[in-house]
Design a protein. Structure first.
Length: 333
């Protein structure tokens, strides 16, 4: 199969989180044409996960998995001699294409793997959570994310926090009559940024990103509402960090923790290059799908950017890498 052509066809189907219906149907049709049995798992509305198995092995011990959704905005595909560009090219539609190509090569060798493609990874892992209720007897889950074809020894977790400050509206000519929610929020964020975050010599530092700040009504109105969305990359349990955030913010704003995905250690293989994934994956939400591994083509450094791309050589190498890992797992079993 032509992995480059399939990557571009997948990229050219807009599937921003929440709008994965069309790409899911496309994947199901492509896999059926290749001779797989395909089950579509309803998730929400027209959004469905796709799970494919070979007729020869309806309950495979090894499953390749990644996500079909992307972050906005939609960017159609293009290519040059060495790269394929477009939204999802490396995160993670090129990975889907490489996993399908690897499954085809393994099938020719009499090794039958499953293919699980889920929705919603970029938002809340809803597709993975639904899939976790439908796990079969698989023993190993090889999850695909852009790791430069290195096997991850660990994946950082995620903690999302929402800070909401309230005030009192007034004419901006008389600020003493009002109470600025934005001033409160700014003070709270200064305090939060000063929190000393933990670090680990093996996994690196816990980090903070203030991703969204919004509030106010007009330049001539003292703002009565302001909000900020924060995201921490975790390297361990979050209990102490949660308490410190609440204590530090105090009465300046209300703190609400909206999502947590734990930090996890992962299985590796001797002789294969490794890395630490500073990002979060669907793996914690797929705990019923066997022992997880994390590896895939492409660089996370270009994912979610205007110039997102995957190197064609990386895609070709990933096919061989997925095959070798599956072969070694089968041999060990």
């Amino acid at each position: 199969m032509d992995v480059f052509s399939l990557t571009r066809r997948l990229v050219d189907i807009e599937s921003i989180s929440g709008n994965e219906g069309v790409v899911g149907l496309f994947l199901a049709e492509q896999l059926r044409q290749l001779g797989y049995n395909v089950r579509l798992m309803p998730v929400e509305g027209e959004r469905k996960n796709a799970y494919a198995t070979s007729p020869q092995e309806p309950n495979p011990a090894i499953v390749f998995s990644t996500h079909m959704d992307t972050v906005p905005p939609f960017i159609p595909s293009r290519e040059d001699e060495t790269r394929i560009y477009g939204r999802g090219s490396c995160d993670a539609k090129g990975i889907m294409a490489a996993q399908i190509a690897a499954a085809e090569q393994l099938r020719e060798q009499g090794i039958y793997v499953g293919l699980l493609f889920v929705v919603g990874e970029e938002r809340d892992s809803l597709g993975a959570k639904v899939a976790n209720q439908h796990a079969n007897a698989c023993k190993f889950l090889i999850n695909g994310e852009p790791t430069d074809n290195r096997v991850a020894i660990a994946s950082k977790g995620t903690l999302r926090a929402e800070l909401t400050a309230t005030g009192r509206m007034a004419h901006s000519a008389y600020p003493e009559l009002g109470e600025s929610a934005i001033d409160k929020l700014i003070d709270a964020l200064h305090r939060v940024r000063a929190i000393e975050l933990p670090s680990n010599p093996e996994f690196g530092p816990c980090t903070l990103n203030i991703g969204v700040i919004e509030g106010g009504r007009a330049p001539n109105i003292i703002p009565d509402h302001a909000r900020a969305l924060l995201l921490y990359r975790l390297i361990g349990p979050s209990d102490e960090l949660r308490r410190e955030i609440v204590r530090t913010v105090g009465k300046l704003a209300k703190v609400k923790f909206t999502l947590e995905i734990p930090h996890i250690r992962l299985r590796t293989f001797e002789g294969l290059p490794t890395m630490v994934a500073a990002f979060t994956t669907d793996i914690p939400a797929l705990s019923n799908w066997g022992q997880p591994l994390l590896v895939g083509p492409g660089s996370i450094h270009v994912a979610h950017t205007e110039g997102e791309y995957v190197a064609k050589q990386h895609l070709e190498e990933a096919i061989g890498l997925y095959c070798r890992i599956a072969q070694r797992l089968v041999h060990r079993e």
